[in-house]
Design a protein around this ligand. Structure first.
Ligand code: GLU
Length: 448
Protein backbone atom coordinates (compact mmCIF):
# COMPACT_ATOMS: atom_id res chain seq x y z
CA UNK A 1 0.00 0.00 0.00
CA UNK A 2 3.00 2.31 0.53
CA UNK A 3 3.15 3.09 -3.17
CA UNK A 4 -0.45 4.22 -3.51
CA UNK A 5 -1.55 7.83 -3.67
CA UNK A 6 -4.00 8.80 -0.85
CA UNK A 7 -6.99 8.74 -3.21
CA UNK A 8 -6.14 5.30 -4.54
CA UNK A 9 -5.41 4.05 -1.05
CA UNK A 10 -8.99 4.96 -0.08
CA UNK A 11 -10.33 2.94 -3.01
CA UNK A 12 -8.13 0.01 -2.02
CA UNK A 13 -9.39 0.11 1.59
CA UNK A 14 -12.94 -0.05 0.23
CA UNK A 15 -12.03 -3.11 -1.85
CA UNK A 16 -10.65 -4.84 1.24
CA UNK A 17 -13.69 -4.11 3.37
CA UNK A 18 -16.13 -5.09 0.62
CA UNK A 19 -14.33 -8.39 -0.06
CA UNK A 20 -13.25 -9.68 3.36
CA UNK A 21 -10.84 -12.59 3.57
CA UNK A 22 -10.07 -12.72 -0.15
CA UNK A 23 -6.33 -12.23 0.29
CA UNK A 24 -5.23 -13.23 -3.22
CA UNK A 25 -7.78 -10.84 -4.70
CA UNK A 26 -6.51 -8.04 -2.44
CA UNK A 27 -2.94 -8.77 -3.56
CA UNK A 28 -3.82 -8.66 -7.27
CA UNK A 29 -5.76 -5.42 -6.84
CA UNK A 30 -2.97 -3.78 -4.80
CA UNK A 31 -0.42 -4.62 -7.44
CA UNK A 32 -2.44 -2.92 -10.18
CA UNK A 33 -3.54 0.06 -8.07
CA UNK A 34 0.06 0.83 -7.07
CA UNK A 35 0.79 1.52 -10.73
CA UNK A 36 -2.09 3.90 -11.35
CA UNK A 37 -1.28 7.05 -9.33
CA UNK A 38 0.31 8.96 -12.19
CA UNK A 39 -2.26 7.77 -14.72
CA UNK A 40 -5.10 9.22 -12.68
CA UNK A 41 -3.19 12.48 -12.32
CA UNK A 42 -2.54 12.74 -16.04
CA UNK A 43 -6.02 11.60 -17.09
CA UNK A 44 -8.48 12.91 -14.46
CA UNK A 45 -11.43 11.61 -16.51
CA UNK A 46 -10.67 8.12 -15.19
CA UNK A 47 -11.36 9.38 -11.65
CA UNK A 48 -14.42 11.38 -12.75
CA UNK A 49 -15.91 8.24 -14.24
CA UNK A 50 -14.97 6.17 -11.16
CA UNK A 51 -13.20 3.71 -13.42
CA UNK A 52 -11.00 2.16 -10.73
CA UNK A 53 -13.94 1.58 -8.38
CA UNK A 54 -15.96 0.06 -11.22
CA UNK A 55 -13.13 -2.13 -12.49
CA UNK A 56 -12.63 -3.66 -9.02
CA UNK A 57 -16.27 -4.77 -8.82
CA UNK A 58 -17.11 -7.81 -10.99
CA UNK A 59 -20.03 -7.31 -13.36
CA UNK A 60 -21.50 -10.63 -12.23
CA UNK A 61 -20.50 -13.45 -9.84
CA UNK A 62 -22.02 -16.89 -10.10
CA UNK A 63 -21.62 -19.56 -7.39
CA UNK A 64 -23.28 -22.93 -7.73
CA UNK A 65 -23.54 -26.47 -6.38
CA UNK A 66 -21.81 -29.27 -8.29
CA UNK A 67 -23.05 -32.68 -7.11
CA UNK A 68 -21.48 -35.84 -8.54
CA UNK A 69 -21.05 -39.51 -7.70
CA UNK A 70 -17.68 -41.27 -7.56
CA UNK A 71 -16.99 -44.76 -8.95
CA UNK A 72 -18.21 -46.38 -5.73
CA UNK A 73 -21.49 -44.49 -5.83
CA UNK A 74 -20.56 -42.07 -3.02
CA UNK A 75 -21.96 -38.61 -3.52
CA UNK A 76 -19.74 -35.51 -3.39
CA UNK A 77 -20.73 -31.86 -3.36
CA UNK A 78 -18.32 -29.30 -4.76
CA UNK A 79 -18.71 -25.60 -5.34
CA UNK A 80 -18.54 -24.07 -8.81
CA UNK A 81 -17.69 -20.46 -9.64
CA UNK A 82 -17.75 -18.16 -12.62
CA UNK A 83 -16.81 -14.53 -12.07
CA UNK A 84 -17.68 -12.38 -15.07
CA UNK A 85 -15.45 -9.45 -14.31
CA UNK A 86 -15.41 -7.04 -17.21
CA UNK A 87 -16.89 -7.11 -20.71
CA UNK A 88 -15.92 -3.66 -21.99
CA UNK A 89 -13.62 -5.11 -24.67
CA UNK A 90 -15.47 -8.29 -25.59
CA UNK A 91 -17.18 -11.37 -24.16
CA UNK A 92 -15.80 -12.50 -20.80
CA UNK A 93 -12.81 -14.75 -21.45
CA UNK A 94 -10.70 -16.78 -19.10
CA UNK A 95 -10.06 -20.28 -17.90
CA UNK A 96 -11.56 -22.67 -15.37
CA UNK A 97 -9.41 -23.94 -12.50
CA UNK A 98 -10.16 -27.26 -10.76
CA UNK A 99 -8.07 -27.38 -7.60
CA UNK A 100 -8.81 -28.00 -3.94
CA UNK A 101 -7.54 -24.52 -3.00
CA UNK A 102 -10.18 -22.76 -5.12
CA UNK A 103 -12.55 -20.36 -3.36
CA UNK A 104 -14.05 -17.05 -4.41
CA UNK A 105 -10.87 -15.06 -3.57
CA UNK A 106 -8.75 -17.16 -5.96
CA UNK A 107 -11.25 -16.89 -8.80
CA UNK A 108 -11.55 -13.13 -8.27
CA UNK A 109 -7.78 -12.62 -8.30
CA UNK A 110 -7.53 -14.60 -11.51
CA UNK A 111 -10.51 -12.84 -13.08
CA UNK A 112 -9.13 -9.44 -12.16
CA UNK A 113 -5.71 -10.25 -13.68
CA UNK A 114 -7.44 -11.58 -16.74
CA UNK A 115 -9.08 -8.20 -17.51
CA UNK A 116 -5.71 -6.52 -18.01
CA UNK A 117 -4.00 -9.52 -19.58
CA UNK A 118 -6.73 -9.84 -22.17
CA UNK A 119 -6.65 -6.11 -22.87
CA UNK A 120 -2.89 -6.34 -23.47
CA UNK A 121 -3.37 -8.93 -26.21
CA UNK A 122 -5.12 -6.25 -28.31
CA UNK A 123 -7.85 -8.79 -29.15
CA UNK A 124 -11.57 -8.30 -28.45
CA UNK A 125 -11.92 -10.23 -25.18
CA UNK A 126 -13.18 -9.17 -21.76
CA UNK A 127 -12.06 -10.77 -18.49
CA UNK A 128 -13.52 -13.60 -16.45
CA UNK A 129 -12.52 -16.75 -14.60
CA UNK A 130 -14.13 -19.75 -13.02
CA UNK A 131 -13.52 -23.12 -11.50
CA UNK A 132 -14.22 -25.39 -8.61
CA UNK A 133 -12.71 -26.67 -5.37
CA UNK A 134 -12.87 -30.15 -6.92
CA UNK A 135 -9.57 -32.06 -6.56
CA UNK A 136 -8.96 -34.08 -9.74
CA UNK A 137 -5.86 -35.86 -8.38
CA UNK A 138 -6.33 -39.61 -8.30
CA UNK A 139 -9.79 -39.46 -9.89
CA UNK A 140 -10.65 -41.91 -12.65
CA UNK A 141 -11.51 -40.78 -16.14
CA UNK A 142 -15.18 -41.61 -15.53
CA UNK A 143 -15.22 -39.53 -12.37
CA UNK A 144 -13.66 -36.58 -14.21
CA UNK A 145 -16.30 -36.91 -16.91
CA UNK A 146 -19.18 -37.01 -14.44
CA UNK A 147 -17.81 -34.01 -12.59
CA UNK A 148 -17.37 -31.99 -15.81
CA UNK A 149 -20.90 -32.88 -16.92
CA UNK A 150 -22.39 -31.80 -13.61
CA UNK A 151 -20.35 -28.58 -13.65
CA UNK A 152 -21.57 -27.73 -17.16
CA UNK A 153 -25.17 -28.62 -16.33
CA UNK A 154 -25.26 -25.36 -14.37
CA UNK A 155 -22.60 -23.33 -16.20
CA UNK A 156 -24.14 -23.70 -19.66
CA UNK A 157 -26.88 -21.13 -18.99
CA UNK A 158 -24.31 -18.43 -18.26
CA UNK A 159 -21.93 -18.85 -21.20
CA UNK A 160 -21.99 -18.49 -24.98
CA UNK A 161 -19.75 -17.38 -27.83
CA UNK A 162 -20.95 -13.77 -27.47
CA UNK A 163 -21.33 -13.86 -23.68
CA UNK A 164 -18.61 -15.73 -21.85
CA UNK A 165 -16.03 -18.16 -23.24
CA UNK A 166 -14.27 -20.41 -20.68
CA UNK A 167 -11.12 -22.46 -21.30
CA UNK A 168 -8.58 -24.37 -19.21
CA UNK A 169 -6.34 -23.48 -16.29
CA UNK A 170 -4.84 -25.63 -13.52
CA UNK A 171 -6.61 -29.01 -13.49
CA UNK A 172 -8.49 -28.34 -16.72
CA UNK A 173 -6.95 -29.41 -20.04
CA UNK A 174 -8.13 -30.87 -23.33
CA UNK A 175 -9.84 -33.85 -21.71
CA UNK A 176 -11.96 -31.71 -19.36
CA UNK A 177 -12.78 -29.15 -22.06
CA UNK A 178 -13.96 -32.08 -24.20
CA UNK A 179 -16.35 -33.42 -21.55
CA UNK A 180 -17.68 -29.93 -20.88
CA UNK A 181 -18.13 -29.15 -24.56
CA UNK A 182 -19.98 -32.45 -25.04
CA UNK A 183 -22.38 -31.65 -22.23
CA UNK A 184 -22.93 -28.08 -23.47
CA UNK A 185 -23.72 -29.40 -26.95
CA UNK A 186 -26.09 -31.99 -25.56
CA UNK A 187 -28.04 -29.58 -23.35
CA UNK A 188 -28.29 -26.75 -25.86
CA UNK A 189 -28.54 -28.83 -29.04
CA UNK A 190 -26.04 -26.41 -30.61
CA UNK A 191 -22.60 -27.13 -32.05
CA UNK A 192 -21.38 -23.75 -30.88
CA UNK A 193 -17.61 -24.18 -31.23
CA UNK A 194 -16.82 -20.68 -30.01
CA UNK A 195 -18.29 -21.28 -26.55
CA UNK A 196 -15.12 -22.88 -25.17
CA UNK A 197 -11.47 -22.72 -26.20
CA UNK A 198 -8.69 -25.21 -25.73
CA UNK A 199 -10.73 -27.72 -27.73
CA UNK A 200 -9.29 -30.80 -29.42
CA UNK A 201 -7.90 -30.34 -32.92
CA UNK A 202 -10.50 -32.51 -34.62
CA UNK A 203 -13.48 -30.67 -33.11
CA UNK A 204 -12.76 -26.97 -33.39
CA UNK A 205 -9.49 -26.48 -31.53
CA UNK A 206 -6.59 -24.38 -32.77
CA UNK A 207 -3.08 -25.51 -33.52
CA UNK A 208 -0.56 -23.89 -31.14
CA UNK A 209 -3.16 -23.41 -28.33
CA UNK A 210 -1.52 -26.20 -26.30
CA UNK A 211 1.92 -24.69 -26.68
CA UNK A 212 0.86 -21.04 -26.59
CA UNK A 213 1.25 -20.00 -22.95
CA UNK A 214 4.73 -21.47 -22.61
CA UNK A 215 5.91 -20.40 -26.06
CA UNK A 216 4.53 -16.90 -25.50
CA UNK A 217 6.25 -16.53 -22.13
CA UNK A 218 9.58 -17.45 -23.68
CA UNK A 219 9.06 -14.99 -26.55
CA UNK A 220 8.35 -12.32 -23.97
CA UNK A 221 11.57 -13.07 -22.08
CA UNK A 222 13.48 -13.05 -25.33
CA UNK A 223 12.09 -9.60 -26.15
CA UNK A 224 13.15 -8.32 -22.73
CA UNK A 225 16.64 -9.76 -23.22
CA UNK A 226 16.89 -8.09 -26.63
CA UNK A 227 16.56 -4.67 -24.96
CA UNK A 228 19.93 -5.50 -23.36
CA UNK A 229 21.39 -6.96 -26.54
CA UNK A 230 21.16 -10.42 -25.05
CA UNK A 231 19.29 -13.64 -25.88
CA UNK A 232 18.36 -17.03 -24.43
CA UNK A 233 21.12 -18.82 -26.31
CA UNK A 234 23.39 -20.62 -23.89
CA UNK A 235 21.41 -19.59 -20.79
CA UNK A 236 20.71 -21.98 -17.93
CA UNK A 237 17.02 -21.76 -17.07
CA UNK A 238 14.92 -22.89 -14.18
CA UNK A 239 11.26 -23.69 -14.86
CA UNK A 240 8.83 -24.63 -12.08
CA UNK A 241 5.70 -26.70 -12.55
CA UNK A 242 5.26 -29.61 -14.94
CA UNK A 243 1.91 -28.88 -16.51
CA UNK A 244 1.15 -27.51 -19.90
CA UNK A 245 2.83 -24.12 -19.32
CA UNK A 246 6.06 -25.59 -17.92
CA UNK A 247 6.35 -28.23 -20.65
CA UNK A 248 6.02 -25.80 -23.56
CA UNK A 249 8.16 -23.18 -21.86
CA UNK A 250 10.89 -25.81 -21.74
CA UNK A 251 10.31 -26.75 -25.38
CA UNK A 252 10.66 -23.17 -26.64
CA UNK A 253 13.71 -22.43 -24.46
CA UNK A 254 15.36 -25.52 -25.95
CA UNK A 255 14.48 -24.35 -29.47
CA UNK A 256 16.08 -20.98 -28.77
CA UNK A 257 19.29 -22.55 -27.50
CA UNK A 258 18.80 -22.31 -23.74
CA UNK A 259 18.99 -25.19 -21.27
CA UNK A 260 16.24 -25.98 -18.74
CA UNK A 261 17.54 -27.87 -15.71
CA UNK A 262 14.51 -28.09 -13.40
CA UNK A 263 10.79 -28.90 -13.27
CA UNK A 264 8.53 -29.50 -10.29
CA UNK A 265 5.14 -30.47 -8.93
CA UNK A 266 3.49 -29.84 -5.58
CA UNK A 267 5.59 -32.61 -3.97
CA UNK A 268 9.08 -31.61 -5.05
CA UNK A 269 11.42 -30.71 -7.89
CA UNK A 270 13.79 -32.47 -10.27
CA UNK A 271 17.21 -31.19 -11.23
CA UNK A 272 18.84 -32.50 -14.38
CA UNK A 273 22.20 -30.91 -14.93
CA UNK A 274 22.35 -32.23 -18.51
CA UNK A 275 19.12 -30.49 -19.43
CA UNK A 276 15.56 -31.80 -19.08
CA UNK A 277 14.63 -34.66 -21.44
CA UNK A 278 11.37 -33.22 -22.69
CA UNK A 279 10.09 -36.28 -24.55
CA UNK A 280 10.35 -38.23 -21.31
CA UNK A 281 8.46 -35.51 -19.41
CA UNK A 282 5.72 -35.34 -22.05
CA UNK A 283 5.25 -39.06 -21.87
CA UNK A 284 5.12 -39.08 -18.05
CA UNK A 285 2.84 -36.08 -17.70
CA UNK A 286 0.68 -35.87 -20.81
CA UNK A 287 0.18 -39.55 -21.54
CA UNK A 288 0.72 -41.46 -18.31
CA UNK A 289 -0.38 -38.64 -15.92
CA UNK A 290 2.36 -39.51 -13.42
CA UNK A 291 4.26 -37.42 -10.85
CA UNK A 292 7.48 -35.62 -11.77
CA UNK A 293 9.60 -37.67 -9.35
CA UNK A 294 9.26 -40.67 -11.69
CA UNK A 295 11.52 -38.80 -14.14
CA UNK A 296 14.53 -39.91 -12.07
CA UNK A 297 13.75 -43.59 -12.65
CA UNK A 298 14.73 -43.05 -16.28
CA UNK A 299 17.52 -40.45 -15.99
CA UNK A 300 20.23 -41.62 -13.67
CA UNK A 301 22.01 -38.23 -13.42
CA UNK A 302 18.86 -36.41 -12.42
CA UNK A 303 17.99 -35.82 -8.78
CA UNK A 304 14.61 -35.44 -7.12
CA UNK A 305 14.22 -33.29 -4.05
CA UNK A 306 11.06 -33.97 -2.12
CA UNK A 307 9.70 -30.73 -0.61
CA UNK A 308 12.84 -28.90 -1.71
CA UNK A 309 13.07 -25.29 -2.83
CA UNK A 310 13.51 -25.20 -6.59
CA UNK A 311 14.85 -21.62 -6.53
CA UNK A 312 18.04 -22.78 -4.81
CA UNK A 313 19.24 -24.12 -8.15
CA UNK A 314 21.46 -21.49 -9.82
CA UNK A 315 20.10 -20.15 -13.10
CA UNK A 316 20.22 -17.05 -15.30
CA UNK A 317 16.55 -17.14 -16.28
CA UNK A 318 13.70 -18.22 -13.99
CA UNK A 319 10.25 -19.06 -15.32
CA UNK A 320 7.85 -19.72 -12.42
CA UNK A 321 5.07 -21.69 -14.12
CA UNK A 322 3.33 -23.54 -11.30
CA UNK A 323 0.98 -21.38 -9.21
CA UNK A 324 0.42 -18.15 -7.27
CA UNK A 325 2.96 -16.99 -4.67
CA UNK A 326 5.42 -19.81 -5.37
CA UNK A 327 8.43 -17.46 -5.38
CA UNK A 328 8.94 -15.18 -2.36
CA UNK A 329 11.47 -12.56 -1.23
CA UNK A 330 13.90 -15.12 0.22
CA UNK A 331 13.82 -17.05 -3.07
CA UNK A 332 14.39 -13.84 -5.04
CA UNK A 333 17.44 -13.07 -2.90
CA UNK A 334 18.94 -16.50 -3.54
CA UNK A 335 18.27 -16.28 -7.28
CA UNK A 336 19.90 -12.85 -7.57
CA UNK A 337 22.89 -14.00 -5.54
CA UNK A 338 23.25 -16.93 -7.96
CA UNK A 339 23.40 -14.66 -11.02
CA UNK A 340 19.79 -14.35 -12.22
CA UNK A 341 19.19 -11.84 -15.02
CA UNK A 342 15.55 -12.37 -16.08
CA UNK A 343 12.22 -13.70 -14.84
CA UNK A 344 9.20 -14.56 -16.99
CA UNK A 345 6.04 -15.45 -15.10
CA UNK A 346 4.32 -18.37 -16.81
CA UNK A 347 1.85 -18.80 -13.95
CA UNK A 348 -0.55 -16.15 -12.66
CA UNK A 349 0.97 -14.04 -9.87
CA UNK A 350 3.69 -16.58 -8.95
CA UNK A 351 5.99 -13.97 -7.41
CA UNK A 352 5.07 -12.28 -4.12
CA UNK A 353 5.04 -8.44 -4.23
CA UNK A 354 8.22 -8.11 -2.11
CA UNK A 355 9.95 -10.69 -4.33
CA UNK A 356 9.03 -8.74 -7.45
CA UNK A 357 10.20 -5.47 -5.90
CA UNK A 358 13.54 -7.08 -5.03
CA UNK A 359 14.01 -8.18 -8.64
CA UNK A 360 13.29 -4.67 -9.94
CA UNK A 361 15.66 -3.09 -7.42
CA UNK A 362 18.39 -5.48 -8.52
CA UNK A 363 18.12 -4.77 -12.23
CA UNK A 364 16.57 -8.13 -13.08
CA UNK A 365 14.33 -8.05 -16.16
CA UNK A 366 10.93 -8.99 -14.77
CA UNK A 367 8.02 -10.00 -17.05
CA UNK A 368 4.82 -10.09 -14.95
CA UNK A 369 2.29 -12.86 -15.64
CA UNK A 370 -0.42 -10.66 -17.08
CA UNK A 371 1.97 -9.74 -19.88
CA UNK A 372 4.33 -12.71 -20.11
CA UNK A 373 1.70 -15.47 -19.99
CA UNK A 374 -0.89 -13.71 -22.18
CA UNK A 375 0.01 -15.92 -25.15
CA UNK A 376 -2.38 -18.63 -23.96
CA UNK A 377 -5.47 -16.52 -23.87
CA UNK A 378 -4.36 -14.67 -27.02
CA UNK A 379 -4.29 -17.97 -28.89
CA UNK A 380 -7.70 -18.76 -27.41
CA UNK A 381 -8.90 -15.58 -29.11
CA UNK A 382 -7.31 -16.84 -32.33
CA UNK A 383 -9.22 -20.09 -31.83
CA UNK A 384 -12.42 -18.03 -31.55
CA UNK A 385 -11.55 -16.25 -34.80
CA UNK A 386 -11.08 -19.57 -36.56
CA UNK A 387 -14.36 -20.89 -35.14
CA UNK A 388 -16.24 -17.76 -36.24
CA UNK A 389 -15.03 -18.20 -39.80
CA UNK A 390 -15.29 -22.03 -39.71
CA UNK A 391 -11.67 -22.18 -40.71
CA UNK A 392 -8.46 -23.62 -39.31
CA UNK A 393 -5.04 -22.13 -39.72
CA UNK A 394 -1.67 -23.81 -40.09
CA UNK A 395 0.72 -24.21 -37.21
CA UNK A 396 3.21 -21.82 -38.81
CA UNK A 397 0.68 -19.07 -39.42
CA UNK A 398 -0.82 -19.35 -35.93
CA UNK A 399 2.60 -19.32 -34.28
CA UNK A 400 3.56 -16.26 -36.31
CA UNK A 401 0.44 -14.48 -35.05
CA UNK A 402 1.31 -15.48 -31.48
CA UNK A 403 4.85 -14.21 -31.85
CA UNK A 404 3.63 -10.85 -33.19
CA UNK A 405 1.15 -10.52 -30.35
CA UNK A 406 3.84 -11.18 -27.74
CA UNK A 407 6.15 -8.62 -29.37
CA UNK A 408 3.36 -6.05 -29.32
CA UNK A 409 2.58 -6.77 -25.68
CA UNK A 410 6.23 -6.39 -24.82
CA UNK A 411 6.45 -3.12 -26.70
CA UNK A 412 3.35 -1.58 -25.14
CA UNK A 413 4.57 -2.46 -21.64
CA UNK A 414 8.00 -1.07 -22.45
CA UNK A 415 6.59 2.15 -23.90
CA UNK A 416 4.12 2.80 -21.09
CA UNK A 417 6.88 2.28 -18.54
CA UNK A 418 8.98 4.90 -20.35
CA UNK A 419 6.07 7.33 -20.69
CA UNK A 420 5.32 7.15 -16.97
CA UNK A 421 8.90 7.59 -15.85
CA UNK A 422 9.91 4.07 -14.83
CA UNK A 423 11.84 2.66 -17.79
CA UNK A 424 12.34 -1.09 -17.73
CA UNK A 425 9.57 -1.63 -15.16
CA UNK A 426 7.32 -4.07 -16.98
CA UNK A 427 4.97 -4.40 -13.99
CA UNK A 428 3.96 -0.75 -14.11
CA UNK A 429 4.04 -0.78 -17.90
CA UNK A 430 1.70 -3.78 -18.15
CA UNK A 431 -0.72 -2.45 -15.55
CA UNK A 432 -0.96 0.96 -17.20
CA UNK A 433 -1.21 -0.33 -20.77
CA UNK A 434 -3.93 -2.85 -19.85
CA UNK A 435 -5.82 -0.44 -17.62
CA UNK A 436 -5.96 2.36 -20.18
CA UNK A 437 -7.39 0.13 -22.90
CA UNK A 438 -10.19 -1.07 -20.64
CA UNK A 439 -10.79 2.34 -19.06
CA UNK A 440 -11.13 4.11 -22.41
CA UNK A 441 -13.64 1.51 -23.61
CA UNK A 442 -15.62 1.78 -20.38
CA UNK A 443 -15.90 5.55 -20.78
CA UNK A 444 -17.08 5.16 -24.38
CA UNK A 445 -19.76 2.66 -23.37
CA UNK A 446 -21.32 4.96 -20.78
CA UNK A 447 -22.30 4.20 -17.20
CA UNK A 448 -23.22 0.53 -17.44
N1 GLU B 1 -6.10 -19.89 -18.00
C1 GLU B 1 -5.32 -19.18 -18.98
C2 GLU B 1 -4.92 -17.83 -18.45
O1 GLU B 1 -4.63 -17.72 -17.29
C3 GLU B 1 -5.98 -19.16 -20.34
C4 GLU B 1 -7.36 -18.62 -20.42
C5 GLU B 1 -8.01 -18.77 -21.79
O2 GLU B 1 -7.42 -19.31 -22.71
O3 GLU B 1 -9.16 -18.30 -21.88
O4 GLU B 1 -4.81 -16.85 -19.14
Amino acid sequence: MENMTPKIKDIYKQVISRNPGEVEFHQAVAEVLESLGQVIEKYPEYADHKIIERICEPERQIIFRVPWADDKGNIHINRGFRVEFNSALGPYKGGLRFHESVYLGIIKFLGFEQIFKNALTGLPIGGGKGGSDFNPKGRSDDEIMRFCQSFMTELYRHIGEYTDVPAGDIGVGGREVGYMFGQYKRITNRYEAGVLTGKGLSWGGSLVRTEATGYGAVYFVNEMLKTRNDSLAGKTCSVSGSGNVAIYTTEKINQLGGKVVTLSDSNGYIYDEDGIDLELVKNLKEIERRRIKDYCQYRKNAVYKQGGNIWEIPCEVAMPSATQNELNLADAEILVKNGLIAVGEGANMPTTPDGARFFLNNNVLFGPGKAANAGGVATSALEMQQNASRDSWTFEYTEERLQDIMKNIHNSCYEQAEEFGCPGNYITGANIAGFRKVADAMISLGLI
